[in-house]
Structures are given as C-alpha cells and as structure tokens.
Design a protein around this ligand. Structure first.
Ligand SMILES: [Zn+2]
Ligand SMILES: [Zn+2]
Ligand SMILES: [Zn+2]
Length: 279
C-alpha cells in the first residue's frame, strides 16, 4: 500500500520582518539607541566615517560580508551598520541587514523534516540571506516557554550570548513561534549553508542575521546550525572594537532532544541540546 506523506498544516503565527518587544525584554528593539555618523556622501567610506572607524567595516562595497575572522587576534569583529541617525543615504554600503530580504526564497514541504526554506536563485558566499526574527524575550520567559513547548513544535528560541572582557554578558533571546519571519521555517543541519551573526543597526538589541557560508545553488534548501556553529567549527567568536574581547555564541535553549534528519556525513543524529544556558 502506498504510504501517503502527512499533510503539513501551515502554522498560525503573525508575520513580522523585524524583531518585536516581548515579555521580559527591557529594551524596545525598535528604539534608536546607537549614535550615527555625519557623512555627507551617500555611501560611507572608512577614511572619513565615524561608524566604520569606531566599529569596523563589515561589508565590501556591494554589501558582501568581509571575512570577519581574519584579524590579528583570530577573533572576528562585531557588526554595526549605519542607522537612522546617520546622514548617509539608504544605499550606503554599511546598510545591508536593515534593507531586509532581497532574495526569492520559498517555504516548502520537505520529505521528512516538515517545512523548510529553499532559495529560488543562486546565492554568493557572504550574502545576507534573511533574519531570524521574532519576539525578543527575557531569560525567565525563554525558560518558561521552552519548558511548556510541546514536542511536536519545532520552533527554537535562539539565545545569543556576547561576553565582554569586563565579565558582563549580554544575552538576547529571540522566539519566532508567535511572531516571526521566514527564518522560523529554516531547518537545522549539521552541515549548514548559512551561519548566524548578531548585527546591530539602530538598537543595542542585535538582529540575528543569517549569511551564506558558501556559494548556494538555486533550489537548494537553506539551513543553519541551531547551536551557532558552522561547518563543525565552534561558534563565531567576536572581538569588540569598543571595549575588550567578546565571545559570541548562539545557543538554543531546547530541552527535548529531537532527531536530526539533515543527512550530513557528520550528522550528530539529534538537534543540538545545550543546557549550560539554563544553569
Ligand atoms: Zn553609512
Ligand atoms: Zn558614515
Ligand atoms: Zn553611519
């Protein structure tokens, strides 16, 4: 007898391209809290722009992410874009993630992993693909939601922890279950083609931006490592240009082990589980 594939029901959620303030979030992510530059030109250049001078240049002239890991220290730099207070134009090369999704992506029903996202066009390595947007919530709320999540729910609360050298830790929790964008449909893979980087635009609350880690062909499924790694490398480490060393790691706060069907050679067989964040 022919086995029928179960019909997936489209989840009920509110679409938002940007992060929204949720319970326990003490900063409104839509509030402009970072200073801007006063460049007269329409695109900022490192010789004169205060944003690029104090925070470093993350993108090349066509908005492709530079290799952030190639610094003397071996750390990569955090990403700050020009913001609402900057005088440069909307087409400034230091405005990439804030311009939003530019690629044709498709949410589709995979054979064994529920919903997934594929690209309808080829993507060059280093290109911004999409954000993982949702409600920005506090730690207690993240823990409460994770504990009450039903096992069939596949949404992951992503926690980004940034460690400043002074010992302070900035934690950002993004939950796309109720309010989210296309990022909520991305599957985990142990051999992903996207990687996540926190990018700050107008607010100190980072946006969780996903970039192509390699050249990607049209029709390929887009995936990222829910534990924040890339190509079995440990999560990206960031060096703050403003204070001291910073290490960034994005982690899920998942409690239930879920089977991984990514099919990669080095598949760990289970979706990542990291409890350290709950200690
Ligand atoms: Zn600019
Ligand atoms: Zn500037
Ligand atoms: Zn600027």
């Amino acid at each position: 007898m022919k086995r029928l594939q179960p019909v997936l029901t489209f989840p009920d959620f509110q679409y938002s391209p940007d992060n929204v303030e949720g319970p326990g979030c003490n900063v409104d992510p839509s509030e402009v809290t970072l200073p801007g530059c006063s460049c007269p030109s329409h695109s900022c250049c490192p010789e004169s722009c205060s944003c690029l001078q104090t925070r470093g240049q993350a993108y090349n002239s066509i908005g492709i992410l530079l290799d952030l890991s190639r610094t003397d220290s071996g750390y990569c730099s955090p990403v700050f874009e020009c913001n609402a207070l900057c005088t440069c134009s909307d087409t400034c090369c230091n405005r990439v993630v804030q311009r939003g999704l530019r690629l044709r992506l498709e949410v589709y029903s995979t054979s064994n992993r529920g919903w997934g996202v594929r690209t309808l066009e080829a993507i060059t390595r280093g290109t911004f693909v999409c954000e993982y947007a949702g409600e920005v919530i506090g730690f207690e709320e993240a823990r409460r939601r994770q504990l009450t999540q039903r096992s069939e729910e596949n949404n992951y609360i992503i926690a980004v922890r940034e460690h400043a050298g002074t010992g302070s830790i900035i934690e950002t929790f993004v939950d796309p279950a109720v309010v989210g964008n296309v990022g909520r449909f991305l599957n985990h893979s142990c051999l992903p083609n996207l990687f996540m980087l926190p990018v700050r635009v107008h607010s100190v609350v980072p946006r969780l931006a996903l970039f192509a880690g390699r050249d990607i062909n049209a029709q390929e499924e887009l995936t990222f490592d829910y534990s924040g790694g890339y190509s079995n490398q440990p999560p990206v480490e960031l060096l703050s240009t403003q204070s001291d060393a910073a290490i960034q790691a994005s982690r899920t706060v998942g409690l239930q082990r879920k089977a991984c069907h990514c099919g990669a050679n080095k598949c760990t067989q289970f979706l990542p589980l990291d409890l350290s964040i709950l200690n």
